[in-house]
Write a protein that binds this ligand. Structure first.
Ligand code: V47
Length: 377
């Protein structure tokens, strides 16, 4: 009879329980499938509860993808379109402002804005989106543009990252979302998104954003051609920058959705893989205050389970999400506040509405205010 040798979690459990940091080699060992997933989850839950107690954070948010036309051809992306393709679109000021109005009427505190790099749109078009939305709806937090877009604006204008970020901030940019990170290791990055902003540029944009007081998120796209070494390398690079700046708020592991992409032959990561990724991320990123289980991409069931595997946040009600739905996500297009609260409660957590910068939101009818910051470390 062949008996598989089970790797032991014991030495790592001792370190994590004592609040000690894992080495890269220890972190990499956690991806071994013979490490019991539930034991790993229990350890991640210890870290999660130390940092965030029983909170299950959510927000009320809306997405805006002003164009899907993109000069790049990342092979994992089902959203992008060519300039002359029928499905290509871009939105005018009126359509953008209408989205802002709809968001505010739905009670949104945040608008998440990302999109393609349109061949015929200059930096001013992107800057104007922030300016008109902020001028018309100043209470709506604009979490917009990844380092891929910022780097593109620098390329178009020949201006520095600091200059561009400062101007966007003055126009009303509130923070940066975590996208464009994919997998940092060049062995993978060069294959899945060959031409766009490289790892050095991604980190530089976040470092500069943090230096001018903008907070940001970080993501990792997993379940395609990467392996445990690449995922570990990704997490350690993020942990290093967070040691330096402390500007990251939330880490969001993103499960690859293969439909309508050039990687359609790769099966979608399983729920077990997603829970393992969440748990390992929570344990390794000991200096990130929050971990988000993005329900749109995980599915509602796995997002609920993830709240016991390290996650303390499930993103928001989400309206008008396109990137995942174009890639085959079967989740609904939007959840009501009641539904999102119920799914957090069913998972045994206390639903807490937060704004983008993790202040508790207090509502009085149609108005809301940001109260105290939540206490996570
Ligand atoms: O960078 C694109 C990923 C990201 C696919 O900051 C795909 O709060 C899976 O960053 N399958 C954009 N993933 C989304 C993103 C995000 C999402 C939710 C919250 C936040 C936040 C940020 O989506 C891209 C890429 O990594 N992506 N195509 C796909 N087929």
């Amino acid at each position: 009879m062949i008996s598989a040798v089970k790797a032991s979690l014991e030495p790592i459990r001792e370190k994590v329980t004592a609040g000690e940091r894992l080495t890269a080699a220890e972190a990499e060992s956690l991806w071994d499938e013979s490490i019991d997933l539930h034991e790993l989850g229990e350890l991640a839950n210890l870290v999660r509860e130390r940092k965030n107690g029983n909170a299950g954070y959510y927000n009320i948010n809306t997405h805006l993808n002003p164009t899907n036309v993109c000069v790049y051809r990342c092979i994992f992306c089902a959203f992008r379109a060519d300039l002359r393709e029928d499905r290509g679109y871009w939105m005018n000021d009126e359509q953008i402002l209408e989205r802002g109005r709809e968001a505010v009427e739905a009670g949104s505190t945040e608008m998440h804005i990302v999109g393609g790099l349109h061949h015929q749109k200059g930096y001013d078009w992107y800057l104007n989106i922030i300016r008109i939305l902020h001028d018309a709806y100043p209470t709506l937090h604009l979490k917009a543009w990844t380092p891929v877009e910022i780097n593109w604006f620098c390329h178009l204008t020949k201006r520095s990252k600091l200059d561009i970020l400062t101007e966007l901030k003055e126009a009303g940019l509130g923070s940066l979302p975590g996208g464009g990170a994919e997998i940092f290791h060049p062995e993978v990055r060069d294959k899945i998104c060959e031409h766009k902003a490289d790892t050095k540029e991604w980190f530089e944009v976040h470092r500069i954003a943090h230096s001018i007081g903008l907070r940001s998120n970080a993501t990792m796209l997993y379940g395609h051609i990467e392996n445990a070494y690449h995922r570990t390398d990704h997490l350690i690079r993020l942990r290093d920058l967070q040691d330096e700046t402390g500007g990251f708020q939330t880490f969001i592991p993103l499960a690859f959705h293969p439909d309508n992409t050039k990687l359609a032959h790769i099966p979608k990561p399983s729920a077990a893989m997603s829970l393992r990724t969440m748990a390992i991320s929570r344990i390794v990123l000991d200096n990130f205050p929050h971990m988000k289980a993005y329900w749109i991409m995980l599915g509602i069931g796995t997002a609920q389970a993830a709240l016991a595997y390290g996650a303390d946040d499930i993103d928001g009600t989400v309206r008008h999400e396109l990137i995942y739905h174009d890639a085959g996500a079967e989740t609904p297009e939007v959840l009501s506040v009641e539904e999102i609260q119920r799914l957090i409660r069913e998972a045994g957590r206390d639903p807490i509405e937060r704004d983008t910068l993790y202040h508790r939101v207090e509502r009085d009818g149609a108005t809301w205010r940001a109260a105290e910051a939540v206490a996570a470390t």
